[in-house]
Write a protein that binds this ligand. Structure first.
Ligand SMILES: Cc1ncc(COP(=O)(O)O)c(C=O)c1O
Length: 432
């Protein structure tokens, strides 16, 4: 898996013909065309064992031809040969890249906005931090890539302080243990890695996303072949808040519209661990985004009880002024919603609200006054409709607004408290 492998390879090179997958112009000039016959094709084909050597000897001109072979679909013809009915490839081989070419291609294939989005990256495989997006890579034989065998978490960086870092690391450790990933680093070592990655980002506001993987070592199913667990951490700029309509623009706060997702819910065991198996979550997002009436999907279990959204927990305000949070037996124990449950009883502006965590059916939830989503990356966001139900006249709910403000104030370090970890930016720049 690579954070940078988007877009065509060598998209930034100017001296080469355009060999991008969407263009056949460059490819057509250097590649054999269909219908020219196997003899002609064979004459242009290099045995793959020689191609790297040949590429090195002939330099850029040759690599142009080889590059084109990777991009032109018509060059993948399979032509029956030898009279025995077996199919045999008749085309130039794919390029066998040298180390230098790889480094160059990694650099030139980075999307334009990567430098402003991906700020610093730690990899236990590299043993340090890089600020170059081109090298923010994960090995293909890491079981996180081909088996999803990893746990992850995300922590917010607000005004130069990491908010609730310990809680996120604690959940990561629990998830990793449940995922059978042997603890290789102590929470304190992980906190130091996340801290230094944040410092290397050079920004005061962003996200720290981190993964603990079973590690690399092969393509088997079980992780016994993995050499050691791996840890990766990336500091990213927070995405620009997505507003969904004119009302959002007016308020400056997004309001979400939910639908019960048709995507099958995870088993309670899988839903309560934060692992890299997010396919159902991702599909629920795709499904909602394709729906004119919704922005986000909500999982409801077989018995009709509310679970959560793809990357958020939900809370409801009942007509009796009760904040109901679905139990964590069929969903992730969110750090944010737990903090909300802790803060509400201490908040003067929410003194008439009682907090209750229990199972709640979708039918009961839809009879509530307000509904909101909660997560580290979006704080508390009003959900104004769910299927055919409208909450609070389609506007941001009275209590949701107060909960959002309460959380925002808790996150901002003025003054800092025990849930804030100050980032010492000088540790990386050596400027104290
Ligand atoms: C499935 C799921 N549920 C809930 C949450 C909210 O958790 P937190 O508040 O810790 O960000 C997340 C966060 O990513 C999530 O992925």
């Amino acid at each position: 898996m690579s954070l940078t492998q988007r877009g065509p390879p060598c998209s930034a090179t100017t001296s080469r013909p355009d060999t991008s997958p969407t263009s056949s112009r460059g490819a057509a000039s250097v590649l054999p065309r269909r219908g020219r016959g196997p003899g002609r094709l064979r004459a242009q084909m290099w045995p793959s064992s020689c191609s790297a050597l040949a590429a090195r000897r002939r330099g850029a001109g040759l690599s142009t031809v080889v590059l084109a072979a990777t991009a032109a679909p018509e060059s993948f013809d399979v032509v029956p040969q030898n009279g025995n009915g077996a199919k045999k490839l008749s085309r130039p081989p794919l390029p066998l890249l040298t180390g230098e070419q790889i480094v160059q291609r990694m650099r030139t294939s980075v999307p334009e906005d990567a430098h402003s989005k991906y700020l610093a990256y730690f990899s236990s495989e590299l043993g340090g931090i890089t600020q170059e997006p081109a090298f923010m890579q994960v090995p293909i034989d890491d079981h996180m890539v081909h088996r999803g065998h990893a746990a992850f978490d995300t922590c917010i960086l607000a005004d130069g302080f990491l908010y609730q870092l310990d809680a996120h690391i604690e959940r990561l450790m629990i998830s990793a243990e449940k995922a059978g990933i042997k603890p290789f680093w102590t929470p304190s070592v992980i906190a130091n890695i996340v801290h230094d990655t944040a410092a290397a980002s050079g920004v005061k506001n962003g996200f720290l996303r981190f993964w603990m993987s079973a590690g690399k070592g092969g393509f088997g199913l079980g992780s016994s072949e993995c050499i050691r667990p791996a840890f990766y951490c990336i500091a990213t700029k927070p995405p620009v808040q997505r507003l969904y309509g004119p009302e959002d623009e007016e308020m400056g706060i997004p309001t979400w519209r939910a639908k019960t997702t048709p995507v099958g819910i995870k088993s309670p065991c899988m839903a309560t661990i934060k692992t890299n198996n997010y396919l159902p979550n991702a599909l629920s997002a795709d499904d909602a985004e394709a729906d004119l009436h919704a922005t986000h999907g909500i999982f409801v279990d077989e018995e009709g009880f509310v679970s959560e959204g793809g990357t958020f927990n939900v809370g409801f305000i009942t007509k009796d002024n009760e904040l109901v949070v679905p139990e964590f037996d069929n969903c992730l124990a969110g750090v944010t919603i737990q903090r909300i449950m802790e803060l509400v009883p201490q908040s003067d502006s929410l003194s008439d609200l009682t907090v209750c965590q229990r199972k709640i059916t979708a039918v009961e939830a839809k009879g509530c006054k307000e509904m909101f989503a909660a997560s580290s990356t979006s704080l508390a966001i009003p959900i104004t409709t769910w299927d055919r139900t409208t909450f609070f006249g389609g506007e941001m709910g009275y209590y949701t607004q107060r909960i959002r403000r309460m959380l925002y104030e808790d996150m901002r370090p003025n003054p800092p408290h025990a849930l804030h970890t100050e980032v010492n930016y000088g540790i990386v720049t050596h400027m104290q």
